[in-house]
Design a protein around this ligand. Structure first.
Ligand code: KG4
Ligand code: ZN
Length: 360
């Protein structure tokens, strides 16, 4: 539990989080990258309203997220997304703006111009309704997606895999978490997106590559696993190996042909996916065994990946309890931000908090 002061006018203290003795309804906004999202969550676990406006259609045209365009699109969507969230909250649970206990927003890491839109909207709501404001770390929020609709409680070992991060995190308690290892170069999602582009798949590359991989032979090509100590990862060597393989296979095409046949593309995808998922599962398992935890969670956009999920859910055969958010809470959303504002005490409970692009 944490005591947080209201933002501006009354300065009364509000209790938020576990054991505060009454129901908390937190409204959160997420805008760190290419989804404008708003949600209301009751007591960190029960989603009352959840709205996500995706910018995929816009960024598809450019083959990736252009920060300036993303920020403008957040500005265009934010009010509609907030209004729709309030409408759902009223319809689903008769929750009105005044019933909201606190307003939360993602402070970072992310694209600064994008973060500014959501964070300022959340701060404004806190000021207008005279409620506390809670700034949330996007990475902590991804982990908290696992609290939604479950009874998960720390301690547990976590694998966070997103477009910008790859980390193994020891979650000792709601407040205390330690990064045991992370990527020394590319994040998993980044590697997925780069390899996808290399083989000619359009944005968003990760999920498309995953789909093709499911139809290919994972043993078709032997690709190198990044060799780094402990719980750290490296994916740039693997990416370069795929680049070389694609070049070599293209050189072997009959004269006049420039595109690789579909079955070969599927085999490349499957072999890449096999290598990545094997590395992630191996290191996560080692960390889990070292700490002696019985629970393991995966989180972040790449946790939507079919093979990574399959390999980690297999830990269940050895008695581990495995948690992974449903697809809609793996990729960016605001329900996880609201849950984080409730459970995690490592938040920025101050209306003056500024956005940040990288983890400090
Ligand atoms: O967590 P997220 O939505 O945004 C960040 O905070 O980065 O993650 C986005 C990343 C992208 O790199 C996307 O390609 C990847 O998650 N991703 C996937 C899958 N679904 C999303 N990567 C592999 N397989 C998937 N099924
Ligand atoms: Zn994310």
């Amino acid at each position: 539990m944490k005591n947080i002061k209201n933002t501006l006018f009354s300065h009364k203290t509000v209790e938020i989080g576990l054991e505060c003795g009454y129901d908390n309804y937190i409204m959160a906004i997420e805008s760190s990258c290419d989804e404008t999202a708003c949600a209301v969550v009751k007591n960190g676990r029960e989603v009352i309203a959840n709205v996500v406006a995706s910018q995929i259609k816009t960024h598809e045209k450019f083959g990736g997220v252009i920060p300036e365009i993303a920020a403008r699109e957040h500005l265009e969507s934010i009010n509609v997304v907030i209004e729709e969230t309030f409408r759902q909250a009223k319809e689903n649970a008769n929750i009105k703006p005044d019933d909201i206990t606190a307003f939360a927003g993602t402070a970072g890491p992310g694209l600064v111009g994008c973060l500014l839109v959501g964070l300022n909207a959340a701060k404004t709501l806190a000021l207008v309704y005279d409620k506390p404001f809670i700034g949330v770390n996007h990475l902590n929020a991804h982990l908290c997606a696992n609290y939604i609709d479950t009874d998960l409680k720390p301690p547990f070992m976590a694998l966070l895999v997103s477009g910008g991060h790859t980390q193994i995190i020891d979650v000792k308690s709601y407040a205390e978490q330690y990064i045991l290892g992370e990527t020394i170069d590319d994040a998993v999602g980044e590697a997925y997106d780069k390899v996808a582009r290399l083989i000619g798949l359009s944005y968003p590359g990760g999920p498309r590559l995953d789909k093709l991989a499911q139809e290919g032979n994972p043993k078709a090509y032997k690709l190198p696993e990044g060799k780094v100590d402990g719980y750290n990862f490296s994916f740039s060597g693997l990416k370069t190996a795929v680049l070389r393989l694609v070049k070599q296979l293209k050189a072997e095409l009959p004269a006049g042909e420039t595109e690789l046949p579909e079955n070969i593309v599927k085999d490349i995808c499957a072999s890449f996916q096999e290598t990545v998922s094997k590395t992630l599962a191996k290191k996560l398992r080692a960390a889990l065994e070292e700490k002696g935890y019985q629970q393991v969670v995966i989180a972040g956009g790449v946790a939507a990946n079919s093979e990574i999920r399959r390999k980690i859910f297999d830990f269940g055969n050895d008695g581990y309890k495995v948690f992974a958010p449903p697809m809609k809470y793996c990729t960016d959303n605001a329900a996880m931000v609201a849950s984080c504002a409730y459970f995690n005490t490592d938040t920025f409970d101050d209306v003056d908090v500024e956005v940040f692009s990288r983890v400090k």
